[in-house]
Design a protein around this ligand. Structure first.
Ligand code: KG4
Ligand code: ZN
Length: 349
C-alpha cells in the first residue's frame, strides 16, 4: 500500500472503553479513554456485567470521538485492530463485535491485539525499537508476569503470579482500608504520609531467587490480620485513624514493590538481558517507578516505563497492530475472543 495507513485500535478488555487512531509510521493521531471507575467504585472492584453494558453504550461515541480528534472519517481507515485477549469475556466481545462490523462495512483488514503484549508495546512506542530484546514485567489488575521478549511479537513466559495479581492485591487491600476504587492510586496517595517500616509484612517467594514467580495472597492476609485479628470483625468494619491507614498502606506498598523489583532483577540475571520494560496499571505507581530507577542505576540495566497514561488501559498501545500488519498477521472474520480472566468484584462489607 502506498501512502500512510490509518489504523483504528479498540480496547475493551476490562473497564475502560478506549479507541485510538495510529498510522503505520506509529504516529498517534488521537486517543480516547472512557473510564468506568465511577460505575464500579461502590462495588470495590469491576463488576463484569456492568462493564459489558457500559462498553455497549460507549463504544460508538468513543470511536466517533477518536476519528473526530484525528481529523479523519471512517472512509480514511485502512485497518481496524482490537484487543481480543485476555480480559473479561463480555467486555472483549463488545470490542470485537464493533471491530468486525467496521471491517465488514469498510472492507478493511481486522487485526488481533494481545492486551498484555500491547502493554509492553507502550514502552516500544515511547522509547523506540531498541527496547527489544528485553525482560518485560507486566503488572496489571489481572496479571503479574515476567516475559523474555526477543521482539515486539515474541513473548516467552518466565513466570507469573501463583495467586493474586499485584493490582488485584492493591484493590483488595484498599477495600479493607476503606479507600476508594481503583485501589492502586488510593493506596499510593495514602502511603505518602505513612511509614513503610511500621508493619513488617511478608515478601512471599522473594528469597527464592530460583523461582520467577509471585504470590500476593499471603501478603493480603497479613494486612487483613494487622487490621483485625483472626476471628475479629471484618477489616472494613474496623475504625482506623488516618495515621494507621497511612502506615498500613505504606508498609503494604513497600512489600509489593520489594517483590516486583526483586523478581525483575532475578529475571534479568537469569535471562542475561540488560533491558527491563515495565508495563500495566501498577507501573503507574510512583514508588515502584522510583525503586526500579534506583535498581537500574545500581545494577546497570536500561529501564523503560511508559508515561502514566500509557500504563493504565488505553488504545494507543494497540499500535502493536502495526507490527502484526507488517508481519502479514491479519485475521479472518471468524476471530474469537480468548477470555481467561474473570475477576470477581471485591465487595465491601
Ligand atoms: O492495566 P490496567 O489498567 O488494567 C488491567 O489490565 O487490569 O491495571 C489496573 C490495575 C488496578 O488494579 C489498579 O489498582 C492498578 O492497576 N493501578 C495502580 C496504580 N494505578 C493503577 N496500582 C498501584 N499504584 C498505582 N498508582
Ligand atoms: Zn491492562
Amino acid at each position: 500500500m502506498v501512502g500512510v495507513m490509518n489504523i483504528l485500535t479498540l480496547e475493551t478488555t476490562c473497564d475502560e472503553t478506549a479507541a485510538a487512531v495510529i498510522t503505520d509510521r506509529l504516529d498517534v493521531l488521537s486517543s480516547v479513554v472512557a473510564s468506568q471507575d465511577a460505575l464500579h467504585e461502590r462495588f470495590g472492584g469491576v463488576v463484569p456485567e456492568i462493564a459489558s453494558r457500559a462498553h455497549v453504550e460507549r463504544i460508538l461515541p468513543v470511536i466517533d470521538e477518536a476519528l473526530r480528534k484525528a481529523g479523519i472519517t471512517l472512509a480514511d481507515l485502512d485497518a481496524v485492530a482490537v484487543a481480543n485477549t485476555p480480559g473479561l469475556a463480555g467486555s472483549l466481545l463488545v470490542g470485537l463485535a464493533a471491530a468486525k462490523a467496521l471491517c465488514v462495512a469498510l472492507d478493511v483488514p481486522l487485526v488481533a491485539v494481545n492486551h498484555l503484549h500491547a502493554h509492553v508495546y507502550a514502552c516500544r512506542l515511547v522509547d523506540g525499537p531498541g527496547v527489544f530484546p528485553c525482560v518485560a514485567l507486566i503488572v496489571s489488575g489481572g496479571h503479574t508476569s515476567l516475559y523474555r521478549c526477543a521482539g515486539p511479537l515474541e513473548f516467552e513466559l518466565l513466570g507469573g503470579t501463583i495467586d493474586d495479581a499485584a493490582g488485584e492485591a492493591f484493590d483488595k487491600v484498599a477495600a479493607m482500608l476503606r479507600l476508594p476504587y481503583p485501589g492502586g492510586p488510593s493506596i499510593e496517595k495514602a502511603a505518602a504520609g505513612g511509614d513503610p517500616k511500621a508493619h513488617r509484612f511478608p515478601r512471599p517467594l522473594l528469597s527464592d531467587r530460583q523461582r520467577l514467580e509471585f504470590s500476593f495472597s499471603g501478603l493480603k492476609t497479613a494486612v487483613r490480620y494487622a487490621i483485625s485479628a483472626p476471628g475479629g470483625p471484618e477489616p472494613s468494619d474496623v475504625e482506623l485513624s488516618a495515621a494507621q491507614v497511612a502506615d498500613l498502606a505504606a508498609s503494604f506498598q513497600q512489600a509489593v514493590v520489594d517483590c516486583l523489583a526483586g523478581k525483575a532483577l532475578a529475571a534479568l540475571r537469569a535471562s542475561g538481558l540488560d533491558v527491563l520494560c515495565v508495563a500495566g496499571g501498577v507501573a503507574a505507581n510512583g514508588h515502584l517507578r522510583r525503586r526500579l530507577q534506583e535498581e537500574a542505576k545500581e545494577n546497570h540495566f536500561a529501564l523503560h516505563v511508559p508515561p502514566i497514561e500509557l500504563c493504565t488501559d488505553n488504545a494507543v498501545m494497540g499500535a502493536i497492530a502495526v507490527e502484526r500488519i507488517k508481519a502479514g498477521l491479519t485475521e479472518s472474520l471468524d476471530l474469537d475472543i480468548a477470555g481467561g480472566l474473570l475477576r470477581a468484584p471485591q465487595r465491601r462489607r
